[in-house]
Write a protein that binds this ligand. Structure first.
Ligand code: GLC
Length: 648
């Protein structure tokens, strides 16, 4: 079912957890050395679709494009950008031949997929060092299942993390956060967590708290929890260089930081000014950095987001800052960050691998993943119940330790469309707990865009509204007609029994939570090119509105389905036959579809997850039974036995 081939010298990524014997006779691909690099080629059939590649732009079917796996802080990405924050080197060929290929290497990889109608998949591994896994299966869906099986069970966050979260780069004090919570509660819009961006820290130094802004974080966390809201602080990769700062001093004393060629710690500017990068490739450093989260878990914090871990570099001691503003970094300016990422610095520093210096450039793509591993392994010890964690940068394997968000997107309709296409591709690579910055990060959102985006994010496991500094307000209560926002976000809470159950079942069965229609209706030629409708779990199909000003859209039902319209807090169900429809979707409603013979458990909802009664269920759809996964949403053990059969 899975074959493994090793080329060159391997750096262990721990992406694959299954024990797979080495094979010699390479299938499907031919391989040619080009200097140090290796080029793998597969001749495509004209009908083949090519899926996978996780966090990438463009279509779900990757044919015709080039993608480059090289983790990049790309704040200005567009539909043609080649590299984003994560590298997920798994592709699926779906045609007469069906198989998957995972190129497991921390170095740069080029994926040319039928570019300029070459008729080939050409995968170039720059370093020439790679483990290639060939995964078989009788359908694209089963190829993915077999792949998800070998990379190990995915992360399951606490139940509250399936609630709605509000974030903004710019909340500075506890009163800022209190105001957000009050705003949501007063408007009756559900809310489960508020993210704390870099301003909570003392001088942007990890694991510190600015006491003037948060005089009693522990007391504040308790106060927030009483209103059903958790605090989720950010942690950045770079450790601020500052005398008397214990994390910096311990790191230097123990030789825990990435080095220059001469062995001295490498200095690089990020938000805190000058920093050192922890050498996450060393287990001892991972344990040490991860244990620092204790400073915050001791204050009752149970969730974190890890950022700037590609790692993002503004400039270093080897590269000049481009503006005076960056030199000061007192008031970070995000637009300049994009201009200034000093990618050439990836060749200027080193990791200490078993006493030998290895250039960062060659290990680049696993840096964020190993930071997530560092946090995840220690948070499991520090947080009594399930921890919440999501990261910006990632590599396959990180899915076992936390979720990811899709980085700095924009408040545009194009980015909403991109978000929809990214979700199934991410799922193919193991990243089930993911979502985008709902409403968009860069630029000003509009009421219409935010409502439409929320109507999609209702279905994404990570549902967080986040925006950049200096953008217009993006909290739902800041807009006119708050009732409309309440209606849409409430749907998330009413569907929570389904969303949680389908999520955990997918994790347990090594399955995807979001699927393209072509994975399920593989014999229906019509669905082959439909990329703006998705399956969510086993029962639901969605067809979100993604165009400005649109009040209706074309929807294809590949089988008879129940159309469910969520309007004014009520579910209205109508049986529909297979076929094409034009469906009206007013801005304050969500329409979704339940597959024939399937059910969806719904509940009454609440203003936060812990106030939901998951036992009081109403079933929608024309099926007869539903297998509900239900547990306390907190303890670490995820067990197949926690499945209850619900019947209509
Ligand atoms: C990065 C993150 C963004 C965050 C900002 C400030 O751009 O991607 O989410 O708000 O840094 O910390």
């Amino acid at each position: 079912m899975v074959k493994k081939y090793t080329f060159g010298k391997i750096f262990e990524t721990y992406a694959v957890v299954a024990d797979i014997a080495e094979d010699k006779s390479l299938q499907y691909f031919s391989v040619t050395p080009i200097g140090a690099a290796l080029k793998f080629e597969y001749v495509l059939d004209s009908e083949d679709a090519v899926y996978g590649l996780g966090e990438t732009v463009g279509a779900i079917n990757k044919r015709g494009e080039q993608y480059i796996s090289f983790n990049t802080d790309e704040v200005n990405h567009t539909p043609t950008t080649k590299s984003l924050y994560g590298s997920h080197n798994f592709i699926v060929v779906d045609g007469k031949q069906k198989f998957g290929a995972f190129f497991d290497t921390p170095s740069k990889v080029f994926f040319d997929i039928d570019v300029e109608n070459s008729g080939k998949i050409e995968v170039t591994v720059e370093s020439g060092n790679v483990r290639l896994y060939i995964v078989e299966g009788d359908s694209a869906e089963n190829v993915v299942k077999n792949f998800l099986t070998i990379i190990g069970q995915g992360y399951v966050p606490p139940l509250w993390a399936f609630g709605y979260g509000q974030s903004r780069w710019g909340y500075k004090t506890e009163s800022d956060i209190r105001r957000v919570v009050q705003g949501y509660r007063k408007a009756g819009i559900p809310l489960d967590y508020v993210c704390m961006d870099i301003d909570y820290m003392d001088g942007f130094a990890d694991f510190t708290v600015d006491k003037r802004r948060f005089p009693d974080l522990k007391g504040f966390a308790i106060e927030m929890k009483q209103s059903g809201v958790r605090l989720v602080p950010i942690i950045d990769a770079g450790v601020k260089i500052k005398e008397g700062y214990s994390v910096y001093e311990e790191g230097v004393a123990n030789d825990y930081f990435c080095k220059r060629a001469d062995g001295k710690p490498f200095r690089v500017a990020v938000w805190p000014g000058t920093t050192h990068f922890p050498d996450f490739t060393k287990e001892e450093v991972r344990d040490w950095f991860g244990s620092q989260y204790k400073a915050l878990t001791d204050c009752g914090i149970e969730g974190f987001w890890n950022d700037m871990n590609e790692p993002s570099i503004f400039y270093s001691e080897f590269t000049e800052p481009q503006t005076n503003q960056q030199k000061e970094t007192a008031e970070p300016n995000h637009e300049q960050e994009a201009l200034s990422n000093a990618y050439k610095d990836y060749k200027n520093f080193y990791h200490d691998v078993d006493g030998k210096l290895v250039c960062h450039y060659d290990l680049h793509n696993i840096y964020g993943y190993f930071m997530t591993m560092s946090a995840g392994e220690q948070l499991k010890k520090l947080v009594p119940n399930r921890y919440f964690l999501f990261s910006r940068s990632s590599y396959i394997g990180a899915h076992r330790y936390g979720g990811i968000w899709t980085g700095d997107n924009k408040s545009t309709w194009e980015h909403l469309k991109m978000n929809i296409r990214q979700m199934p591709s991410l799922n193919m690579c193991g990243f089930l707990f993911s979502g985008a910055d709902t409403g968009g990060f860069g630029g000003d959102t509009t009421r219409e865009l935010l409502l439409r985006w929320l109507a999609f994010s209702v279905f994404t496991p990570l549902m967080r509204n986040h925006t950049a500094i200096r953008t217009k307000k993006q909290e739902c209560y800041a807009f006119n007609g708050k009732k409309d926002f309440k209606n849409i976000i409430s749907l998330r809470y009413r569907l929570l029994p389904y969303i949680y159950s389908e999520y955990v079942k997918a994790v347990l069965k090594n399955d995807m939570y979001f699927k393209p229609l072509s994975f399920v209706y593989s014999n229906d030629a019509t669905v082959k090119n439909i990329e703006d409708q998705l399956l969510v779990g086993d029962s639901i199909m969605i067809a979100p509105i993604t165009d400005e000003g649109a009040t209706s859209r074309k929807v294809y039902l590949p089988e008879d389905m129940t159309e469910v319209r969520y309007r004014n807090g009520q579910f209205e169900c109508v049986a529909k036959q297979k076929g094409q429809y034009i469906v009206n979707v007013p801005l304050n409603e969500v329409v979704f579809y339940i597959r024939s013979g399937k059910l969806v458990p719904t509940c009454k909802g609440a203003d936060c997850v812990e106030r939901i009664n998951l036992e009081e269920i109403t079933l929608l759809g024309d099926g007869t039974t539903y297998e509900q996964y239900i547990d306390d949403g907190a303890t670490y053990e995820i067990n197949e036995k926690n499945v209850k059969i619900l019947s209509k």
